[in-house]
Design a protein around this ligand. Structure first.
Ligand SMILES: *[C@@H]1O[C@H](CO)[C@@H](O)[C@H](O)[C@H]1NC(C)=O
Ligand SMILES: *[C@@H]1O[C@H](CO)[C@@H](O)[C@H](O)[C@H]1NC(C)=O
Ligand SMILES: *[C@@H]1O[C@H](CO)[C@@H](O)[C@H](O)[C@H]1NC(C)=O
Ligand SMILES: *[C@@H]1O[C@H](CO)[C@@H](O)[C@H](O)[C@H]1NC(C)=O
Ligand SMILES: *[C@@H]1O[C@H](CO)[C@@H](O)[C@H](O)[C@H]1NC(C)=O
Length: 409
C-alpha cells in the first residue's frame, strides 16, 4: 500500500470539506456548543480550517512517519507522587508536602503550543500529590490584577478569571469531573455524563475535600497590587469515583487518568473611581491549558493530558518509559482518530458509514493495529482495535466517545 497515495486522497477530501465551509475539515471540533449555558463551551477556532490545509504537507509527512514507527505523539503527562510531609490546604504552597515536588510545564494557549500560538503572557503551573484517600492539587498563577466577583457556590466561575481541573478517572471519556475556583475561593464542581459537545449533560457534584486560595496582594484592590494567586484543593477518591467504573480508592502504582488543568484569563483594567480591577468591557477570555487541546474547548477529554500515579515520593520518567508504562495510549490514539473521522463524515454527510471505500482513515490505522473493525449500530457505531504489539487487549469506542477495553474479544 502506498501511504503517500492514501495521504493525497485524504487531502482532496479534506480540501472539499473545507470548501463546503463551516470548518468541517476538523469539523467535529468546531461544531458550536449548544445554546444553553455550560462551562467554557466556547468552540471558536477561527483559522482552524485554513491552518489544517496549510499544514497538510507536514501532516502527510507525519502520517507516513507514524505509520512506520507506530508511536503516536504523546500529550503532556505528569507524574503524581505520594504525599510526604504535612499539608494544610489553605492556598499557601509553603507546606513540607510540596517540597521537592516538581511543577508541571507552564501552560500554553489551549489551541496549540508555540510556535503555532504564542505562549501566554502570565505563567501557570501545577503540582499534584496523593495519599490513600485524597488527591491534592497546588496551582500558582502569576497575576498583577487579581480579579473575581462571584461569591455564590456553583456560579459560572469560568466567566471570570479562574482555574479549572478536569479528571476522567476511568479513562472512559464519560462521567468526568470538573472543578473551577476563583481568587475569592468560589467554586463550581460538576460531573458530565459524556463530553458536553457529544451531547452530555452536566449534573451537580459535591466533590471537593478542602480548598484554599492565597494572593500576595489584595483581591480586586488596585491599591494593594499582587504578583500571583495560588490555590490548593483536595478531592476524595470516593467522590471522584462517582458514576464511574473505578471502584478502588488509592491509585494503583502506574495508574493513569486523562486530566486537564486550565485557566480562563480575561483582560482587566484598574478603575480609579471604584478602586477595583474590572473586566475590560466586551473583552473575551484567553484560554490557557496545561496540555494543548487544539480548539477553544475543554470538553474534549480525548485531547487532555495524562496524569500518572507513582507509588513513590519521587519519580521521573522519559517519553519512552512513559510509553512502556502506559501502552494503552497507542490504542486510545487509534480509537480517537477513528472517532474523529467518523464524526467528520457524519458532520459533512449526515450519517455514519463503515465502508472503507467511502471513508479514509490515516494509514497508521492499517499499519499499527490489529482486528480493526467499525460496526454500525442503531445508536451510531462501535469501533474496536488492538495494538499489534499487544493483540489481546482490545479497545472500543462508540459514537458518544465512550471508551472501554476487553482482554480478548
Ligand atoms: C505533622 O503534623 C503532626 C501533627 O501536627 C506532627 O506530629 C508531625 O511531627 C508532623 N510531621 C512533619 C513531618 O512535620
Ligand atoms: C450519577 O448518575 C445519576 C443517574 O444518571 C444522576 O442522577 C446523578 O446526578 C449522577 N451523579 C453525579 C455525581 O453526577
Ligand atoms: C485596599 O488596599 C489598601 C492598601 O493595602 C488598604 O488600605 C485598603 O483597606 C484596601 N481596600 C479594601 C476594600 O480592602
Ligand atoms: C505502595 O508501596 C508500599 C510500600 O512499598 C506498599 O506497602 C503499598 O501496598 C503500595 N501501594 C500501592 C497502592 O501500590
Ligand atoms: C468604573 O466604574 C464606574 C462605576 O461603576 C463606571 O461607571 C465606569 O464605567 C467604570 N470604568 C471606567 C473606565 O471608569
Amino acid at each position: 500500500m502506498s501511504y503517500s497515495g492514501r495521504c493525497v486522497v485524504g487531502s482532496v477530501i479534506l480540501m472539499l470539506l473545507v470548501g463546503i465551509g463551516a470548518g468541517i475539515a476538523i469539523g467535529y471540533f468546531l461544531i458550536p456548543g449548544k445554546d444553553d449555558d455550560s462551562s467554557d463551551k466556547t468552540t471558536v477556532a477561527p483559522s482552524g480550517g485554513s491552518s489544517a490545509v496549510k499544514g497538510y504537507q507536514e501532516e502527510c509527512e507525519e502520517q507516513v512517519k507514524l505509520a512506520g514507527t507506530c508511536e503516536p505523539p504523546l500529550p503532556r503527562y505528569y507524574i503524581a507522587t505520594r504525599k510526604s510531609g504535612n499539608l494544610t490546604v489553605d492556598g499557601r504552597l509553603n507546606d513540607d508536602a510540596w517540597n521537592n515536588v516538581p511543577w508541571t510545564d507552564d501552560f500554553v494557549d489551549i489551541r496549540g503550543a508555540p510556535p503555532m500560538y504564542p505562549a501566554p503572557n502570565k505563567e501557570t503551573r501545577v503540582k499534584v500529590i496523593y495519599d490513600d484517600t485524597h488527591i491534592y492539587v497546588a496551582t500558582r498563577l502569576t497575576e498583577d490584577h487579581v480579579w473575581a466577583t462571584y461569591t455564590v457556590k456553583d456560579s459560572r466561575v469560568y466567566q471570570e478569571n479562574a482555574f479549572e481541573i478536569f479528571f476522567d478517572v476511568d479513562n472512559s471519556m464519560s462521567w468526568y469531573k470538573e472543578y473551577e475556583i476563583n481568587a475569592l475561593g468560589t467554586t463550581w464542581d460538576l460531573a458530565l455524563s459524556r463530553a458536553y459537545m457529544d451531547g452530555g449533560d452536566f449534573t451537580n457534584w459535591e466533590g471537593i475535600g478542602e480548598k484554599g486560595v492565597y494572593t500576595d496582594g489584595g483581591v480586586n484592590n488596585i491599591s494593594n497590587p499582587s504578583t500571583f494567586w495560588s490555590t490548593e484543593v483536595s478531592f476524595p477518591f470516593t467522590a471522584l469515583n462517582e458514576n464511574t467504573t473505578r471502584t478502588h480508592h488509592t491509585p494503583r502504582d502506574g495508574e493513569v487518568w486523562f486530566t486537564i488543568f486550565a485557566r480562563p484569563e480575561y483582560q482587566t483594567q484598574a478603575n480609579q473611581s471604584t478602586g477595583q480591577y474590572e473586566q475590560v468591557p466586551g473583552s473575551d477570555a484567553s484560554w490557557w491549558s496545561w496540555s494543548p487541546i487544539g480548539a477553544v474547548n475543554l470538553h474534549l477529554p480525548s485531547k487532555w493530558g495524562l496524569l500518572y500515579f507513582a507509588n513513590q515520593t519521587t519519580e521521573t520518567m522519559d517519553d519512552n518509559q512513559f510509553r512502556m508504562a502506559f501502552p494503552d495510549w497507542n490504542v486510545y490514539y487509534g480509537l480517537f482518530h477513528v472517532f474523529d473521522v467518523l464524526q467528520e463524515f457524519k458532520a459533512a454527510r449526515g450519517m455514519f458509514v463503515s465502508d472503507e471505500k467511502l471513508i479514509h482513515f490515516d494509514p497508521f490505522i492499517a499499519n499499527c493495529y490489529t482486528g480493526f473493525e467499525v460496526k454500525l449500530t442503531i445508536e451510531g457505531f462501535t469501533a474496536n482495535m488492538a495494538a499489534t504489539s499487544n493483540p489481546g487487549r482490545v479497545g472500543y469506542i462508540d459514537q458518544n466517545r465512550r471508551v472501554w477495553f476487553h482482554q480478548g474479544k
